[in-house]
Each structure stands twice: as structure tokens, then as C-alpha cells.
Design a protein around this ligand. Sequence first.
Ligand code: S3P
Length: 450
Amino acid sequence: MSGHGTPIPMTSRPCGPLKGSAHVPGDKSISHRSLILGALSVGTTRVTGLLEGDDVLDTARAMRAFGATVTDHGDGNWSVQGVGVGGFAEPENVIDCGNSGTGVRLIMGAMATSPITATFTGDASLNGRPMGRVTDPLALFGARATGRAGGRLPMTIEGARDPLPVHYTVPVPSAQVKSAVLLAALNAPGETVVIEKEATRDHTERMLAGFGAEIEVEDTDEGRVITLQGQPELTAQDIVVPRDPSSAAFPVCAALIVPGSDVLVPGIGLNPTRAGLFTTLREMGADLTYENERIEGGEPVADLRARYSPDMQGIAVPPDRAASMIDEYPVLSVVASFATGVTDMQGVKELRVKESDRIDAMAQGLRACGVDVAEGDDWWQVTGLGAGNVPGGATVASRLDHRIAMAFMVMGMAAQKPVSVDDGRPITTSFPIFEPLMAELGAQLVRSNA
Ligand code: S3P
């Protein structure tokens, strides 16, 4: 339920070296899926390390509204007593998903093949985002959506009474769309096939397999082909949520640009569908190493060590890497400002339909901080000024977007003058401990304008 209430301006001042360990919170994508799949299972799913950010808390409330028993045992330990596939009850009230595109899209999928009706809404950011990309495939199952013009929330979904399995090629590189279709397919009898031309994060597929669904994933010339047998009995699981690479990006990038820094970010998932930023930073010449590499819960994990890197160079980021770092472009563009040369980011149209139009939000803010940015519909380029040469000294609109707010807080740590955002509240959607965690490393963040 973020985005309601009074804005909290926030300022980041140039600071001394960042030092120490940054234990970032649990993965947002996996946290949402733990609650939703737990709710669709039989038995009690226990979740350790759940991200207790606003987005995930909204999903927890939603799962209760559909009939699951979701309990907070403290310290990131939660349990979900599920109702089984097809067992969702009709909610009595409107489901408010706050700021969360992942929450609303996955939940719409999960309820779309049950004979119930639910109405969804969110904050001003979420209510401006396109939902047709999800309701189009859900219509193939037999669900009906009625929303505002342009397929926007608030929107009512009438679930299919006699759902049909589907064969669907996802037209945009979106794990949310793919996941909505797979969750809908759970209660459709027979075989649903989902094809994605570009591989996106695969947590839904991995977790569905873990919960006992019959699911196959095959890489073919057509793309990634996912086949799911409908109406399985999902069995409750014990889930340990890994730490979020998208949150790790902030202390890692801050350490690379603040002189003298040396920061360890332990236990970060390096699933190839999520780790594109770290590959990119290393290609730019960042002193970023993977220590203690291991496998945890079937996923590659490492401790990331980031040290100040004054000699980074801009690069062309390969467009086929975009899906694996889609949430990291805002903070990458900050690092690019401190590198020398141009960082060229192509094939990133999806950035325009995130919590904000992230190309526009970053371009305007970076320009206000003295950095040159060129942009087109699905690309942008940042011309780096070199370490220590970024002026800063602006107040930037965070546009109800946590990653815009955090990216500019990182910029303020290494710019010549402080950088402010008009509203830091959205940070709690994904990284509620951002301020104390960064302060502990040595950042100077204050809640007010400079
Ligand atoms: C997510 C998928 C991505 C990402 C979002 C989380 C997910 O969105 O930006 O933060 O958990 O599936 P898209 O699927 O729209 O690319």
C-alpha cells in the first residue's frame, strides 16, 4: 500500500569510503512466489528470509483475502497454509497491490482459472501500468477482464468457470506475463505451453517444479518452451529465500564509485537470468569479485566483493542481456556517469513501463546532475564524466519508483554536491532497510532536502 501519505524528501551527501558487510534482504521475486505458490498448495509452507517490503506485504494480504492463512512469525519467518490449486475463495474486498506489478500480475494469473471474481487496484504508479499484456493471455483460458481504458487498473477479473489450457507465445520479454500464464495454467485441465523468445527470470518454473508440478523447460530455436500439466496437487515446501541481487546492486555500485570503498555483500543469488548487471560491471573494469561461490537451494550463490574502481570504461551492453538486468539499468546509469566514455544501452523498451518510465526518469535526473544522456524509444546512452567528476547538486523526482530513488541516493554518495529525491518512501517497497544498511557502511543519507 505504498504511495499513500506524505512524501519524504531524502538527501545523499558525498561521503567517505564505504566499508563493511551489507546483508541485503530477501529476493522480491522469490518472496512473492513463495506466498502465492504456498497459497496454492496443500499443507503449510514455511518461508525463511521473506522480503518484508511493502510489495510483498501487499501480496501476503491478498493471499489472505483469497482464503490462505498467512502468518508472520517474526524475523522474516512466515508460514502459508494453502487452499490447494483451484481452492481460492472470492475476496470480499478490492485487492490493493500497492506499487507492485509483480504482485498484481501474478495474482491475476493465479485466480483467473477459478470461478470467482476479484477487483484489483494499486497506487498511482501501478494504476498507470499496462495490464493488457496479462489479461490478453488470461482471456484465452476463458477469464474476463474489465478495467479502465488502455487496460489499466482498477480492474475486475471474472475467473473462467471451465478453463481451457492454452498455447501462448509471450510477445514481450516479461517474467510477470510468463508467470501469470503458468499460474493460470495450474487450474486448467491438460497441457499448457508457454514460449518465450528471450529467457526471463525463471523462478516460477523452478519453484513450480519444487512444489511438485509437472513442468518441462526446453531451449529450442523458437525460444524457451515451457510445458505445464494442469491441475497438479502442489505440496507445501520449506523455502529459504536467497538475498536479492537487485538490492545487492545498490551497495555494490556505491562501493565502485565512492573513493576508498571495500564492501562485501554476502549470499547473493547469481542465477544467470538475474546476474546481468554484475557481468556488465566487470566488463566495464569494475573491481567486483565473486567469493565463496556455492550452490544453495539449487541456485548459484556467491559473496560479492566490490572495491572502489576509478578506471571504469563505458561499454555497449548487449541487448540480449537486458532481461537479466532489467531492474538494474537505473543504477548502472549512475555507475556509467562515473566511468569514462559512453555506456550504450539498447533493446530496453520495457524500462518505459516499469514503476515509472525509467529511461525518462533517469535521463532527466542525470541531466539535472550534470550528466549527458541521449535516448530513443528503446535505447539510451550515458556519457561518463570519469571518477570524481559528476557535479550532482539536484533534486530529482522519484516518481513512486524505488529504484529511481535508490539510484540517485547512490549518485549523491560520490557526486561533488549532494543529490536529493523529492520522495524516498517508495524505497520500502523492495529494500526497507536501505537507509540503515547504507548508513552502517558509511553513507550519509538524511530525510530532508539538501
Ligand atoms: C519480475 C519481473 C520483471 C521485473 C520485476 C520483477 C518478476 O518485470 O522488472 O521487478 O518477479 O517476475 P517484467 O516481467 O515486467 O519484466
